[in-house]
Design a protein around this ligand. Sequence first.
Ligand SMILES: *Cc1c(COP(=O)(O)O)cnc(C)c1O
Length: 413
Amino acid sequence: MAFAIGGPFHLMYPARVERNIHAFRAVMREAGIAGVVYYGKKANKSPCVTRACANAGAGVDVSSTGELTAALAHGIRGADLMVTGPAKSDELLWLALRHGALIAMDSVQELDRVTALAAATGPARALLRVLPTGSTSRFGMTADELAVAVALIDREGGPVGLAGFSFHLSGYDPVARAEQACELIDRCIEARALGHDASTISIGGGFAVDYLPERAWREFTDGVDGEWFHSGKRFDSFYPYHHPAPGPAMLSTILEHGDLAARLRGNGIRLAIEPGRALLDRAGSTVFRVQGVKTRSAHGEPYRLLTVDGTSLSLSEQWFDSEYLPDPVLWPRRSGDPTPTCVGAATCLESDMLSWRRIPLPRAATTGDLLVYPNTAGYQMDSNESAFHELPIPPKVVIDDAEGDRLRWRLDA
Ligand SMILES: *Cc1c(COP(=O)(O)O)cnc(C)c1O
């Protein structure tokens, strides 16, 4: 593949996305609740992921006309779309209404605009996005704004139907999500007393991914200092690369807390989730070729400084002023001496490094070797992609196992 493509590329394995969706759904089934999975599309643009969602019966959560039309084009039906995001454009709202998507309203003003548009397009299905208690988020509505919004929605056959409530929290705390979900159930019960349907709550995304074993993560966080990085570089924070109960296990934890599952069942409420990163866990990796090698030293210890044929725009964590920590695999596998190695990009920016950290690769890398960064499908590979320096944007290669044991590859559509 590397020979055929002749530059950096991403690998995608959509069968894994389907398995991840089934794993979330299995948790819902075991908890005896009605539920639906919407893939948070911003985490990876690949059509093969959307197709996997269509195959596995998941919906897609979109926030732009580009994402909405791409989701439709790759097999998602309008009724299986969720539209989120702040102050959505009229064009996005109109398309969402035309296709019967579920719309998460972010403000009273937006509800007014949807009500006006829906008079011409036909009825809207609305979730009201809640600003979680104690949160300083710029998204969602306060309790007062929610009261105004609920009162604005006409119960009897008006253009907007109140399908329920939603939130999306940053961080990865299952307890905060379970408690917020309970508040949303109460809101549904109150809205029903006023004559609304209100039978869906969405608890958003933010299901953690477990990238590294606990020991590796503990050793890193206990020991990390600037001396570990090229040029004394320091980072303030890192993604929590180890999580004891990631993805579907985190959903189990949420449903068990305060017996949320029983409250959902008892009140006939459907649970929507919007995982992005977690549906992409182990569904992709990113391949660079070593283009140049230098030797540098820090405190008398030599280390390798590589230049690869791509940029950190294809490994996005640097965008958050942080670093992607799972070690890349050096290919081909050959014996040699462990060699601390940093990885720079093929651009003229001092700051464009894929790995500032001196990674203990199993041998000294040489020109022509491949470096494979694992598990990059979630947010790493294409969120920031750009033809900076007029370098080509790395293509995606899709691995297909439809023929049983025989793996096939093709370029992504
Ligand atoms: C980004 C986002 C998601 C997906 O978040 P992940 O952390 O990738 O699971 C889901 N819902 C909303 C509203 C979002 O903004």
